[in-house]
Design a protein around this ligand. Structure first.
Ligand SMILES: [Zn+2]
Length: 213
């Protein structure tokens, strides 16, 4: 490009400037090519193609107006989203994660983002290995919560389980023994009789050790 420009003389230079202007180059770019100022480029263009300059100015104005309108729209949308809150629970949003609050987003991501569930499960398993007692408590709580939510399902499962047990007399007797021990523990818990409670809890531990699989 530079060689091309140097070979042209001054009269041809203006033609090249006009061509470059029609190629949608900026004044600054054209000026840099010829080693002249942006203002000088504008003066030359105004002399030869004043209508085109006006057109270009209008275009730029429109583009900036459009950009401004877009920005305002985006801001308004953001404000309305903030007013509405999380799309799942309605709590106020602090960080924009697909229009959800932080807890809803993490729940959503767990089931919908690829690989998220596997990573979470691996981390949970690692944590459970490091804290076995706390993990046991959490698991028990989760199981209870599930039981209260799906009582009908749980009952059918239990019925199926017992029906299966009844096929094998030895296993069924063992199961019945465990149930009676648990009933006694509940009874003494209500009565607040600690001595007997400890006694039966020891029995329950023994029963767990002798579990028939
Ligand atoms: Zn939410």
């Amino acid at each position: 490009m530079d060689m091309y420009i140097i070979e042209k003389n001054m009269k041809d230079r203006n033609k090249v400037i006009i061509d470059l202007f029609r190629e949608r180059r900026t004044y600054q770019e054209i000026g840099d090519m010829f080693g002249i100022s942006r203002e000088r480029v504008r003066q030359i263009l105004k002399k030869y193609v004043p209508d085109e300059i006006k057109e270009r100015l209008l275009e730029v104005k429109k583009r900036t107006m459009y950009k401004h309108a877009e920005m305002v729209e985006r801001l308004l949308e953001r404000e309305s989203k903030l007013k509405r809150g999380c799309i799942k629970c309605g709590k106020p949003i602090t960080i924009f994660n697909r229009d959800m609050c932080r807890t809803c987003y993490s729940k959503w991501a767990y089931y919908n983002l690829p690989g998220r569930k596997a990573r979470c499960m691996a981390a949970a398993k690692k944590w459970c290995k490091e804290h076995p007692e706390a993990a046991k408590k959490i698991n028990n709580r989760a199981a209870l919560r599930w039981y209260h939510k799906n009582k009908d399902k749980a009952m059918t499962y239990q019925k199926k389980y017992i029906a299966n047990l009844k096929l094998d007399k030895k296993r069924y007797d063992h199961y019945k023994k465990g149930m009676s021990i648990r009933n006694r523990i509940n009874y003494y818990k209500k009565k607040d009789d600690k001595e007997k409670l400890y006694h039966w809890q020891d029995k329950l531990d023994n029963w767990k050790k002798n579990k028939i699989v």
